[in-house]
Design a protein around this ligand. Structure first.
Ligand SMILES: Cc1cc2nc3c(=O)[nH]c(=O)nc-3n(C[C@H](O)[C@H](O)[C@H](O)COP(=O)(O)OP(=O)(O)OC[C@H]3O[C@@H](n4cnc5c(N)ncnc54)[C@H](O)[C@@H]3O)c2cc1C
Length: 364
């Protein structure tokens, strides 16, 4: 049976689905939302996964080693098969748009849209952010230096040697070459900060740790990713992408999970079960993330040690499996045993016995 599928939005999830429209029996239309802010380019970082074979031809940078660094210690993880990759948002969305056009996907503006009774509609507009929600907020710059300063073999996932007064704060540094890198100042907290704060921290980080006093900024990007369980943009329209629960609640990683959500929906449609975009995370992972998020929200000072310990307890491949939602029970236990116990006991107590003030239990 053929059906009409209408997706509100033209961002990552909508375009990633539209790119695969030829795999389902139905007409797909993308509706560009009114009042949406202009899309800005940024870098998507993601771990290799067999499901991402569609990304093979997109120009990307790849690292087989990545580091987590604190004031007193560091760990470098490595994986031959599960590398960390980064490509530009615009490269991926252009690729998807081309495939979508070849599959006769229609693109219309919301103002021209008339919902038909025969269509199934999904919404990718942003979910509602509740008060007190933990936000992963960041500003990053791509720079070039005249001297060779970076090690292009090791991506810095988290370097906590920055001011910790505004929440859990780290530098994410992707070295594209010895003289070029993306450097992002990233904070987990309930309030965003002034752009200048991120820029000042990047500047002093580069001075202290790379002896870089001068650099040329080639690109800037910023973002706010709400973490935790979020309500649908419109309670009457099922979601997809971030609006369909694709963001991993304690890490902000979303790209891989959007692709998994779409893969599962296409399979379900082709099995005759109708098209449905399910939450791509396992319940146990959502629960573990909710406890971690509670720790990071209320006791961010434990954050650096938590991530360092996780890195030290796992091999590179195990680390990627854990973050990608592919952990076995044994691996989850390994992570649990590696954690400092006291903050998690406090977080468990807080989650089991929510205070009256924070009656919205979904907000860490
Ligand atoms: C700057 C940035 C960097 C990121 N980096 C990574 C990363 O490295 N790795 C990773 O896994 N994830 C990352 N994410 C998270 C996630 O992958 C992206 O947010 C991704 O774009 C989510 O796809 P989506 O389709 O759900 O939302 P979007 O791509 O944001 O699409 C949302 C749709 O809703 C529309 N819209 C937006 N606001 C409104 C509004 N107010 N009213 C109506 N319509 C609206 C948009 O026009 C668009 O059509 C990042 C997010 C940001 C913001």
């Amino acid at each position: 049976m053929s059906r009409d599928i209408e997706i509100i939005g033209d961002g990552c999830a909508a375009l990633s689905f539209a790119a695969r429209a030829s795999e389902i029996n139905g007409n797909v239309t993308l509706i560009r939302p009114s009042n949406a802010p202009a899309a800005k380019d940024h870098v998507w970082g993601f771990w290799s996964d067999p499901i991402l074979h569609q990304t093979e031809n997109i120009p990307k940078s790849t690292w087989k080693k990545w580091a987590i660094i604190t004031d007193n210690d560091r760990v470098v993880l490595e994986s031959e098969n599960k590398s960390y990759n980064a490509f530009k948002r615009s490269d991926w969305t252009k690729h998807c748009e081309n495939l979508a056009k070849m599959a006769n996907v229609k693109f219309i503006n919301e103002s021209d849209w008339e919902r038909s009774a025969d269509s199934t509609v999904f919404d990718t507009r942003p979910p509602i952010i509740p008060n007190g929600c933990v936000l992963q907020h960041f500003h990053g710059i791509e720079i070039s230096t005249t001297e060779k300063k970076f090690d292009p073999n090791v991506a810095i996932l988290m370097d906590f040697r920055v001011d910790q007064s505004k929440g859990l704060h780290f530098i994410y540094l992707l070295p594209y070459s010895e003289t070029e890198a993306l450097i992002e100042s990233t904070i987990f907290s309930t309030n965003v900060v002034e752009k200048q704060y991120y820029l000042d921290n990047i500047k002093s980080y580069l001075e202290s740790n790379y002896q870089i006093d001068e650099y040329f900024t080639t690109h800037q990007e910023s973002g706010v990713i709400p973490l935790g369980k979020l309500a649908l943009h419109d309670p009457n329209i099922p979601g997809l992408g971030t609006n369909g629960g694709a963001t991993r609640p304690a890490s902000g990683y979303t790209f891989l999970f959007i692709q998994r959500q779409i893969e599962a929906a296409i399979k379900s449609a082709n099995n005759g079960d109708g098209i449905r975009f399910k939450n791509p995370h396992k319940r146990i992972d959502l629960w573990m993330d909710s406890i971690l998020l509670t720790v990071l929200k209320h006791w961010p000072e434990y954050g650096p040690n938590i991530f360092l310990r996780m890195g030290k307890a796992l091999s590179g491949e195990q680390f990627v499996n854990f973050l990608s939602g592919d952990a076995s029970w044994w691996l989850r236990l390994r992570v649990i045993f590696a954690m400092p116990k006291w903050p998690f006991i406090k977080a468990l107590t807080k989650n089991i016995l929510p205070s009256r003030k924070s009656s919205n239990a979904v907000v860490a």
